[in-house]
Design a protein around this ligand. Structure first.
Ligand code: PHE
Length: 377
């Protein structure tokens, strides 16, 4: 293996190594390389070039590590590099010495050495990962809804305008399309229908009801896309969980009770909820759910005095949109609007995660910087 393959000719910074774990991985690779090389050394001349390659003063591997990795390392990494280098040096020196002894004591031993597997070698440290915070919040919410009889369905991120809009009672030219008519795919001429990246998880209300007779109790976790310019609270891709419950006897009380149960499970029993009238073409009545600010106890005042930074003194935080399914929607899925009723909601996951875990910039969810991710093991 040439030196450049294991990165010896670059500095750690050039290799993108910023964490001690990454240093450990780099050294683990070098050990593998050493071991491979070690297997091929059977006689004195091979042994000599082996020794020079690893311990040679001018351009041996250990010298290169010292010059290119250790010396320019950042103060945070220096300890880790120094410690790994010392371990590696001890290992290399003892192995090289052992091989010399084996070669000197005769061909048979060296043949034996060829077969040898050194069980005393330390294992490799492989860092374990964890779920992304968004995935964790999805799971937390799914568990809450599982406990009250909902199941999970998932659907396509590329949708037709029919499912994304029309069947949700949003006809073409309806003004609410303005902030949603966004990422259309370029298709060959003559394509049957335009396609777009779904702007919400609501199309799965339609797809689920098309497939299934009532009762329906589902939640739909997934990614959605809108033409938002990125800033601390906007991203062109974000996450939602849709909820839909339809049955013969679902009332507004079931609706508010379910939402309230969810919010208390998620934020803790002391929060209060309220809803305000709102508008969505596929729910009637439509509401916007608010929760009393879990951070200031709904007072608007921060613990040490002053305005609560989370609710900006409003004492309430706007959570998500919801409502009773508009009977017009049932017409699109062949449900009898006179016999069924239900409710739907669409929860923005990123916002909820930001609130619950005190994160002030949505972009960190997409940058995947391990220094951020590692805070949520
Ligand atoms: N789909 C709506 C949105 O993304 C949210 C919603 C879902 C509202 C279900 C009502 C019912 O804005």
């Amino acid at each position: 293996m040439p030196t450049s393959d294991i990165g010896l000719d670059k500095t750690l910074a050039d290799l993108g190594v910023t964490q001690p774990e990454q240093v450990a991985l780099r050294f683990a690779k070098i050990r593998v390389h050493f071991q491979e090389h070690f297997q091929t050394v059977h006689d004195e001349s091979e042994w000599k070039s082996f020794r020079d390659r690893w311990l040679g003063r001018k351009s041996g591997v250990l010298t290169q590590i010292t010059d290119n990795w250790l010396k320019p390392a950042t103060p945070q990494l220096k300890r880790a590099v120094g410690a790994s280098l010392n371990e590696l040096r001890a290992h290399v020196e003892s192995q090289i010495e052992a091989r010399r002894a084996a070669i000197e004591s005769g061909a048979e031993e060296s043949a034996l050495a060829r077969e040898r597997v050194d069980l005393s070698l330390p294992g490799f440290i492989r860092p374990t990962g964890s779920h992304h915070l968004i995935r964790q919040v999805f799971q937390e919410i799914e568990d809450i809804f599982f406990s009250i009889g909902f199941s999970v369905v998932e659907g396509p991120e590329i949708e037709t305008p029919y499912y994304n809009f029309e069947a949700l009672n949003i006809p073409e030219f309806h003004p609410v399309r303005d902030d949603m008519d966004t990422f259309y795919l370029e298709l060959p001429t003559g394509a049957k229908t335009p396609l777009l990246l779904r702007t919400h998880t609501s199309p799965m209300q339609i797809r689920t009801m098309e497939k299934q007779k009532p009762p329906v109790r589902v939640i739909v976790p997934g990614k959605v896309y809108r033409r938002d310019n990125p800033d601390a609270t906007h991203s062109f891709a974000f996450h939602q969980i849709e909820g839909l419950a339809v049955d013969s006897d679902i009332t507004f009380c079931d609706f508010t009770g379910t939402i309230e149960y969810f919010v208390k499970e998620f934020f803790g029993p002391s929060v209060k909820t309220r809803f305000r009238p709102s508008y969505f073409p596929f729910t009637e009545p439509s509401v916007e759910f608010d929760v009393s600010c879990p951070f200031c106890g709904g007072t608007g005042t921060a613990a040490g005095g002053g305005t609560c930074s989370k609710c900006k003194g409003a004492a309430w935080i706007e959570l998500f949109g919801a409502g009773m399914v508009d009977p017009a929607v049932y017409g699109f899925v062949n449900y009898d609007a006179k016999r069924v009723s239900g409710f739907a909601f669409g929860i923005g996951i990123d916002r909820l995660a930001m609130l619950k875990y005190g994160i002030d910039d949505i972009q960190v969810f997409f940058q995947n910087d391990v220094r951020f991710l590692r805070q949520f093991p």
